[in-house]
Ligand binder design. Structure first.
Ligand SMILES: Nc1ncnc2c1ncn2[C@@H]1O[C@H](COP(=O)(O)OP(=O)(O)OP(=O)(O)O)[C@@H](O)[C@H]1O
Length: 462
């Protein structure tokens, strides 16, 4: 028989420690406890527990800092952390899960819920380890991560990608709004291109880096090419040899770099910065843009000749709101993936959840849908994804326990006025809570507490 699983409870409340330890021991676990962050971290190092139940508010540290420490100390074998948060601190709980906590429980904690969550964490840990054992190939990973949707529009996208896969030198331009899956389609195209799929797929985001760095990344540089170039470095074109170079946000590429890239496309050779040797570029270029490149050409921000070179084969990915048939299949796909990763059994979408997802326009496209489902999986405690767990931007979001809206003609209550005042200030400060605290003349923690109490959603200022 394997030794009992080790569970560590870190909480400054003595009664809770004693009761929790007893309940966990009754389940056959080796349960230990600590009253502070310092004591807890020391014990975790010695004990190497599988699961830690961690209080968010400890006398000597913030639970989130302890969470990070536990993960950093784990060296790949870190415990799963169940965060205990105060009632009304849902935002904190969600933040904890985003920082890597396995799940959270709201205080006062019911012992059956504690035991159940600890068991789920142990099961998830076991499954994760098994999954780590068979590290799949890149192909399997991408294809498992894909659910291209059932709409005619997405079937057409796949068809086009498969067609162009047969021509390994043809440049491809993928155009679509942010979050529609352009990178995913580029990866799929790479994997389906028999002559290139064994070679690397390298990505360069042209929007994220300044011009000189962009060129150094793409072409590489010789030693001494510029002040910081202490040694020679091959660029992405060399690293991708034989494979695919994915130029994301190509519409943001500076004009000078555009001229150099055009030359590579025309001659299939290039030089490192500061280099004198011609190097061959045997790669397929796939570019992506969320901007209208033709309009950029008309404005003089993008070269027409380069546009023609990049846009030999064009794939347009429509926004999610134009292919509503894809919303539910994608939502179910993400739910299955994310719930199993969280070790939760959430079998499907509640009918009201489906209705709300279908009514929402998803300005952030598939990425936003995935985030909505991810957050829902974190919040859901039942076996279907309920509408309460699914928060959509800019929807009116009364909290379940919030007072009913006043009858027409009735003056607003003081609470309602304060909520509206706080929301207005947050809007003005673009979500900056310390600014709001200064304006209101209260402390920062007070603002946080009020935001949680009133259930104000901060994501619109992200
Ligand atoms: N059809 C799909 N199936 C599964 N996941 C998808 C699909 N489309 C998009 N996604 C997911 O949505 C997110 C955004 O996709 P991706 O990064 O490919 O979009 P993008 O169009 O390149 O975005 P951006 O323009 O912002 O770079 C990723 O997490 C991706 O895995």
């Amino acid at each position: 028989m394997s030794p009992p699983a080790k569970i560590l409870v870190i909480d400054d409340e003595k009664t809770f420690r004693v009761v929790a330890q007893a309940a966990l021991a009754a389940e056959g676990f080796e349960a230990r406890s600590a009253a502070s962050a310092g004591e807890g971290l020391a014990l975790a190092r010695e004990l190497r527990p599988e699961v830690v139940v961690l209080d968010r508010n400890l006398p000597d540290a913030d639970g989130l800092a302890v969470l990070e420490r536990l993960r950093a100390d784990g060296h790949g074998d870190e415990p799963l952390v169940v965060m205990a948060t105060a009632y009304g601190e849902i935002e904190n709980a969600v933040q904890a899960v985003k920082l890597g906590a396995f799940d959270y429980l709201t205080k006062p904690i019911q012992l059956p819920a504690l035991v159940l969550t600890v068991k789920r964490a142990l099961e998830a840990r076991r499954l994760r380890r098994r999954a780590d054992g068979f590290s799949g190939t890149a192909r399997r990973r991408v294809e498992r991560g894909l659910c291209l949707g059932e709409s005619a529009a997405m079937r057409r996208v796949v068809e086009l990608a498969e067609k162009v896969a047969a021509s390994p030198d043809t440049t491809v331009l993928i155009e679509g709004e942010s979050g529609t899956g352009k990178e995913l389609v580029a990866r799929l195209l790479h994997l389906r291109t028999a002559q290139r799929s064994e070679a690397p797929f390298v990505e360069l985001n042209c929007a994220a880096i300044p011009e000189t760095l962009l060129e150094a990344e793409l072409f590489g540089h010789e030693r001494g090419a510029f002040t910081d170039a202490k040694r020679a470095k091959p660029g992405l074109l060399e690293q991708a040899e034989g494979g695919t170079v994915f130029l994301d946000e190509v519409g943001d590429m500076p004009l000078a770099t555009q001229a150099k890239l055009l030359k590579v496309l025309e001659t299939q050779v290039f030089r490192r910065l500061g280099g004198t040797r011609d190097l061959g570029a045997d790669v397929r270029f796939v570019s992506a843009t969320h901007r209208d490149l033709q309009a950029a050409v008309a404005d003089g921000g993008f070269r027409l000749d380069l546009f023609h070179r990049l846009d030999v084969f064009h794939i347009h990915i429509p926004p999610l709101r134009e292919r509503p048939e894809d919303v539910l299949p994608l939502a179910r796909f993400f739910l299955a993936e994310l719930a199993s990763r969280a070790g939760k059994e959430i079998r499907g979408l509640a009918p009201e959840t489906e209705r709300r997802l279908l009514a929402y326009p998803f300005p952030g496209n598939v990425r936003e849908l995935r985030n909505v489902v991810e957050r829902g999986v974190i919040l859901e405690t039942g076996d279907t994804l309920s509408p309460e767990a699914v928060l959509l931007r800019d929807e009116a979001r009364p909290r379940p326990d919030a007072p009913a809206p006043p009858e027409a003609g009735e003056p607003p209550t003081l609470e309602e006025m304060e909520r509206a005042y706080l929301a207005g200030l947050l809007d003005r400060a673009k979500g900056n809570r310390s600014q709001v605290a200064r304006w209101m003349g209260v402390s920062y923690p007070t603002v946080l507490k009020k935001i949680a109490d009133y259930g104000i959603d901060l994501s619109r200022w992200d």
